[in-house]
Ligand binder design. Structure first.
Ligand code: ADP
Ligand code: ZN
Ligand code: ZN
Length: 743
């Protein structure tokens, strides 16, 4: 009698991390089929070319479209359960189609790095400490002579469910003391799988505030929609208590045993946010972001995939985290551009999350004080439920915005007299000033007084930024760095001078002007070290008087209760951007920065320094606010057939050769234009604004259509065409569906 096969298929289709838009067929060895129930989403080792690769099973078949004699067998099976559950496999397949991206790359992107490298999808083990019955009774006084043992035992006595090594280490308890107590029979150790679940939540409980009426209506609405798919846009001015609203909804869902995914922007996750969540939700919360080690990310992934973690707070890539009881996805600061991946697999985490929620039939909550035009349009068209919070929570008032006309004024270090005086008054009141300048470094340009030479990047068409403190010239586009020059390489003059200001320069100058005042700079340079941001925010909370200087990092999510004055040094930056989203971005940024003012009891004031006080956008923002600005902006987009009313795909090509990228796209357009369906518009090919970046000359072609179907049809044709055409050449191309950058 024949043994029954646990896997009744002869072939598996396997995704591999290679840039080919196809799956690969492999034979399932009989021995494997007898012993294992293979499933889509499991990893396997397979031969590929001359080497061996890790792949993920996507499907099975009775037959192969290839010559069956040439199909190689799977070498080994890596998992006993799927690392990509069905739900996510479906999402990956959808994303590969929608973004016209190789399926293998999409699937591997969905996995944490260590799983891509073949690590087992298992919790690592960790030591846990428990008291023995004797140890639990032990009188601590009797250990007076061994204070370290006393501390150690005291800590473990307070945790009847045991303490992980991790928890022990975080209290800096002495390892030697632990051993000694173990030898005395007062403590015992156990190997347990690393799994934060079960550890006691020792965070202080925060008493929730009483919701105001707007918050209550929003919360009730969200609780009503909690069991099926729907998208709600929680559109609330800065400080209106949006977080408070979704904390309420989360509390309820956690009670029902659900998991919740909270997505946050790349640099928006502050330690304060985490603390607030922990002290309110009393449940297992894991983080998933780029500052964690690969192992920490895998641990978080496992905790979510096993259902232990109830709340997952993560950046973009967390959109793919498995969570078997997922009941809600929250996307905080939904307008943030960091949700879109700008390289390789160019997905948008918000759009992906909505798709995922739809197939899981669960709700999505988008929160922002400055919703993206896309989401606002969806709200206006009633595709999203629009929940608006128009008042600040508690006693806080909406800050007053004032334009400061810079024309003809004498500026001191880039500040108008009015701004300097306001700053002084604010500091005299023992309050804090936030100076916003979205340009890090000392100065954006280094120039020669004798011959006009300008320091520029060797690999990009941009000027190098001066970083005085690091004594470097730095390219902010390709990261190239060189030592700061003191003589001109063209004429040997030593009269080099800087033009323009960056945050580092403002810091130096304000330090000279306000000697007694703590001055804190927050930008990518000052927060490179892992704990730097925590330390900086701590300092801000310690002082009354302070000047904070920062880039957009400061605009996001922070709550500094004593900031009452915000100075936007250059409100005009981005006003005349070539990108049609330039104005939207500027308005969001200004509104978010302005929202840092007066978030507590004291009223806030915002000064916008501008050379264009009558510019319609600046005027509208100041007098009428973001929503008004956005609704006007949407009307303009509609009139100009721009997204979100038209859908867009951008094809990018880049090459080391000056002409090649343009020529490639022109040839493609020429070949495919006869097949363009009606209603499809193309613009280009055109060169990028910064034509050369990291040594690559860049060209783009934009395709637009009011309907998605023809756009996807033609994008598939373009992708095929480009794959064929670039096989011989060293030209890279990328398909960008729903691009956020069009240059
Ligand atoms: P947002 O997410 O809209 O920026 P938060 O939820 O962070 O707003 O709330 C801003 C501040 O107001 C926080 O300190 C929060 O604790 C407080 N807060 C929120 N809701 C209320 C309320 N109903 N009454 C009093 N204070 C509140
Ligand atoms: Zn010179
Ligand atoms: Zn460069």
């Amino acid at each position: 009698m024949q043994e029954a096969l646990l896997t009744p298929y002869p072939f598996a289709q396997v995704a591999l991390p290679v840039p080919m838009r196809t799956l690969f067929d492999y034979k399932i060895p009989k021995a494997m089929a007898l012993r294992h129930r293979l499933m889509p989403g499991m990893r396997v080792k397979v031969p590929f070319g001359k080497s061996s690769r890790l792949g993920v099973i996507v499907s099975f078949s009775e037959q192969s479209q290839w010559d069956e004699n040439n199909i190689k067998p799977i070498t080994s099976l890596q998992d006993e359960t799927a690392v990509i559950p069905n739900e996510l496999m479906a999402l990956c397949k959808w994303a590969a189609r929608y973004y016209h991206h190789p399926i293998g790359d999409v699937i591997f992107h969905a996995l944490p790095v260590l799983l891509r490298k073949g690590e087992n999808a298992e919790f690592r083990t960790e030591n846990w400490w428990f008291t023995t019955p004797e140890g639990q009774q032990k009188d601590l006084e009797s250990l007076n002579k061994a204070p370290r043992q006393q501390d150690f035992l005291k800590a473990v006595q307070q945790h009847p469910n045991g303490m992980s090594q991790n928890a022990i280490s975080s209290l800096s308890l002495s390892p030697g003391a632990g051993k000694a107590l173990e030898e005395k029979g007062l403590l015992r150790r156990e190997q347990r799988s690393f799994n934060k679940a079960g550890e006691k939540h020792t965070h202080q409980t925060q008493v929730p505030p009483v919701l105001n009426q707007e918050q209550r209506l929003a919360t009730d609405h969200l609780l009503d929609m909690a069991s099926s798919f729907g998208v709600a846009l929680l559109d609330g001015v800065t400080g209106s208590g949006k977080t408070e609203v979704f904390l309420r909804v989360m509390e309820k869902l956690i009670e029902d045993g659900k998991q919740i995914l909270v997505m946050v922007p790349e640099i928006g996750l502050t330690p304060q946010t985490l603390k607030r969540f922990e002290s309110r939700l009393h449940t297992d919360i894991v983080l998933m972001h780029s500052h964690m080690s690969d192992r920490e990310r895998l641990d978080a992934w496992l905790l979510s995939a096993s259902g232990h973690a109830k709340v997952i707070i993560g950046t973009r890539s967390a959109a793919f985290i498995p969570a078997p009881n997922l009941g809600l996805i929250v996307i905080d600061e939904e307008h943030d551009a960091s949700y879109k991946q700008h390289e390789g697999f160019r997905y948008h985490a918000r759009d992906l999350a909505i798709k995922r929620a739809q197939s899981l039939n669960i709700p999505v909550l988008l929160a922002s004080a400055t919703p993206s035009f896309e989401s606002l349009a969806n709200a206006l068209q009633k595709r999203f439920d629009w929940l608006r919070l128009r008042q600040r929570a508690g006693n806080a008032q909406i800050p007053k915005m004032e334009r400061v006309d810079l024309r003809g004024q004498t500026l001191v270090n880039g500040f108008s007299q009015h701004a300097l005086e306001s700053m002084k008054q604010c500091l005299d009141r023992q309050e804090q000033v936030l100076v916003f300048l979205n340009r890090r470094g000392y100065a954006p340009t280094l120039m020669c007084h004798q011959c006009g030479w300008i320091a520029s990047c060797d690999h990009c068409d941009v000027n190098l930024t001066v970083h005085k403190r690091a004594n470097k010239l730095h390219c902010h586009h390709c990261d190239a760095q060189k030592a700061l020059l003191h003589t001109c390489p063209e004429c040997q003059s030593d009269e080099l001078f800087t033009v323009g200001e960056g945050t580092e320069q403002i810091e130096t100058q304000l330090t000279a002007l306000f000697k007694e005042v703590p001055i804190l700079r927050i930008d990518r340079d000052s927060t490179q070290r892992k704990s730097a941001m925590t330390q900086l925010t701590q300092k801000i909370h310690e002082h009354n008087q302070a000047i904070l200087i920062g880039t957009q990092m400061l605009a996001k999510g922070h709550h500094f209760p004593n900031v009452t004055l915000v100075i936007v040094m250059d409100a005009d930056a981005g006003l005349f951007s070539a990108d049609f989203r330039g104005m939207e971005r500027t308005a969001q940024l200004i509104t978010q920065v302005a929202g840092r003012a007066g978030r507590s009891k004291k009223p806030g004031h915002v000064l916008l320094q501008t050379y264009h006080p009558d510019h319609a956008a600046i005027e509208c923002l100041c007098n009428l606010g973001y929503e008004h600005f956005a609704i006007d902006g949407l009307a303009e987009r509609k009139a100009l057939s721009l997204p979100p009313f038209f859908h867009q795909v951008i094809v990018r090509a880049e090459s080391g050769n000056e002409q090649e990228a343009m020529q490639l796209l022109a040839a493609m357009k020429n070949d495919l234009t006869p097949q363009f369906p009606e209603g499809l518009f193309s613009v280009g090919p055109y060169t990028a604004i910064i034509v050369r970046k990291a040594g690559q000359h860049r060209a783009l072609l934009s395709i637009k259509s009011a309907n998605r179907a023809p756009l996807h049809q033609i994008t598939a044709l373009m992708t095929n065409w480009l794959e064929q055409a670039t096989r011989q050449h060293k030209i890279r191309f990328a398909i960008d569906v729903d691009p956020l950058e069009t240059y």
